[in-house]
Ligand binder design. Structure first.
Ligand SMILES: NC(=O)c1ccc[n+]([C@@H]2O[C@H](COP(=O)([O-])OP(=O)(O)OC[C@H]3O[C@@H](n4cnc5c(N)ncnc54)[C@H](OP(=O)(O)O)[C@@H]3O)[C@@H](O)[C@H]2O)c1
Length: 493
């Protein structure tokens, strides 16, 4: 594997604390970093190497699986250096360039990780280019960009125009950390490494699909960011639409990045556009009020620190989509996300069509249940196929049982999505990163809804914290019998 310098802009911030540094430490522990790889932390703060190392040690200590291993940390710390600089200061970039060039320890393959405010992505890229830091004559240069990529379709297009002046698409790594999760990748393995399901994976057998990401947490200290975004931008435009592409895509030619991304884009392009008059039939938003979560009384959104009075930002969003292609035409797909919900989980639930009733007509069986395939993304990483079986006994009664294929055995370690993604950047594997057209088409899906919501500022539905969201969201369902699936446990055991 190539040696590289991982330059982290925003190394003193939250993302670096909770994700990047612990992930790099775990890569060290797993022996995945090549001998010469170095980490150059950049921050505004008046830190020196000792202060930086001490701080990173604390962060890693809080996250290290099985506790921090002092020997591993020592090896990891020997790769670390700190560079003080302000991103808004032009001279910083030429100093940084000289620093990397002059230091014999810093490899000239460089990955720049932008753990900074999205508003800075454009200007930092411009400055990197102007100071020659993106010059590839002595080694590759890659730039990793955190989400969100843009605030809506127009801002995403303008950010793209700006950065593509300085970077080729193959130098850009747009992170959606959801794609780094083992269970999300398992969606592809499950679909394409087993012949059993694929023939059933279409409109002939599937009634509808649900993708849910719920959080019991509120907005926490991130209200200043969240209030300007809301659930549709924060979760649905990015993570949930990505998950949908994996569930719905055609088999790609290979797992190679461009083949995968071509198929994902085709799904996004096939989503039926939501016309302005149909926004209410396709999208639903709400905000949490005070309630009880895990036995504790918690504030409503409007009482959270830093939330502006009268805000109508949605903390819950649900969306009904149709994919107008041969495989999926007519199958409704429901995406749903919310904060301060009853439980934290990410779940893909696939509901199959009703079997014909007539076979059991003269038996006590009153109701035929549908089969479900459930893909637990988090916290449970599992795959369940729910089937109807006969109850023991003399009568023809049935119950639901669940065939369970867990992704991970209890003795197998869990890795964090960032570990895989940070390693992929060094290896130049872009399959789990977003190509620009994916981002653009995802914005095209949600943009009409966001535009309609932006003009309707008088009213928003509410739901008590700790609930599964408002009952009224049922209006999105196409049929009376459809209902939100909350749990991995069989509904009629
Ligand atoms: N935190 C998460 O879990 C998370 C999850 C998904 C995506 N993201 C994305 O990751 C990015 C970073 O988020 P974050 O939560 O880590 O933000 P944060 O805690 O506010 O950190 C921002 C970082 O940028 C640095 N910075 C700001 N202005 C600077 C300047 N002029 N010069 C030099 N450094 C400057 C800050 O340095 P100082 O400390 O010196 O101010 C800090 O290290 C954002 O794009 C966010 O959307 C974060």
């Amino acid at each position: 594997m190539d040696n590289c310098t991982y330059v982290i802009f925003g190394a003193t911030g939250n993302l670096s604390r909770v994700k990047l540094m612990p992930a790099l430490y775990h890569l060290e522990a797993a022996g995945k970093l090549s001998e010469g790889t170095r980490i150059l932390a950049i921050g505004r703060r008046d830190w020196d190497l000792e202060k930086c190392t001490g701080q990173v040690r604390e962060w890693v200590n809080a996250k290290a699986r099985g506790g921090l291993d002092p020997e591993v940390f020592e090896r990891f710390a020997s790769r670390l250096s700190y560079f003080r600089g302000d991103l808004t200061e032009q001279g910083m970039y030429s100093r940084l360039h000289r620093h990397i060039d002059d230091s014999e320890h810093l490899p000239s393959n460089v990955a720049f990780y932008m753990a900074i405010r999205p508003a800075e992505f454009g200007v930092v890229t411009e400055n990197l280019s102007d100071s020659g830091l993106l010059d590839e004559s002595r080694g590759w240069k890659r730039v990793v960009i955190e989400k969100p990529f843009g605030y809506d379709l127009e801002s995403a297009q303008s950010l793209q125009r700006r950065i593509s002046r300085y970077l080729r698409e193959d130098q850009l790594y747009r992170i959606d950390h959801y794609l780094g999760k083992g269970t999300v990748q398992n969606v592809l393995v499950y679909r394409f490494a087993n012949t059993m399901m694929e023939p059933l994976w279409n409109r002939n057998y599937i009634d509808h699909i649900q993708i849910t990401h719920s959080e019991s947490m509120g907005v926490d200290s991130r209200a200043d960011f969240y209030d300007g975004a809301g659930a549709m931008r924060d979760m649905i435009q990015s993570h949930l639409l990505q998950l949908l592409t994996l569930v719905a895509m055609e088999p790609p030619v290979s797992m190679e990045a461009e083949s995968l991304r071509d198929e994902k884009v085709k799904v996004l392009k096939s989503i039926r556009p939501i016309v302005q008059q149909a926004v209410h039939a396709h999208a639903f938003r709400a905000q949490y009020t005070e309630g009880v979560v895990d036995g504790q009384r918690v504030n409503g959104y409007l009482q959270e620190p830093k939330v502006p009075a009268g805000s109508i930002t949605e903390t819950y969003a649900a969306l009904k989509l149709y994919i107008d292609n041969w495989r999926w035409r007519g199958v409704p797909i429901y995406l749903r996300t919310g904060k301060r919900m009853a439980e934290s989980q990410s779940l893909v639930s696939i509901c199959f069509r009703h079997p014909p009733q007539q076979f059991f007509r003269d038996t006590p069986m009153d109701h035929m249940r549908q089969n479900w395939v459930l893909l637990g993304i988090q916290p449970a990483e599992c795959l369940k196929v729910e089937m109807t079986v006969k109850e023991p006994g003399l009568e023809m009664r049935t119950r639901q049982t669940s065939l369970d294929a867990s992704l991970r055995r209890t003795d197998e370690a869990q890795t964090d999505a960032y570990e895989e993604l940070l390693l992929d950047v060094i290896q130049g594997d872009r399959s789990l990163f977003l190509r620009y057209d994916e981002v653009e088409y995802a914005w095209r899906v949600v943009d009409p809804v966001l535009r309609a919501w932006a003009t309707e500022r008088d009213f928003i539905h509410t739901y008590p914290a700790g609930s599964w969201g408002p009952e009224e969201s049922r209006r999105l369902f196409e049929k009376e019998a459809q209902h939100w699936r909350h749990s991995l446990a069989p509904e009629h055991p």
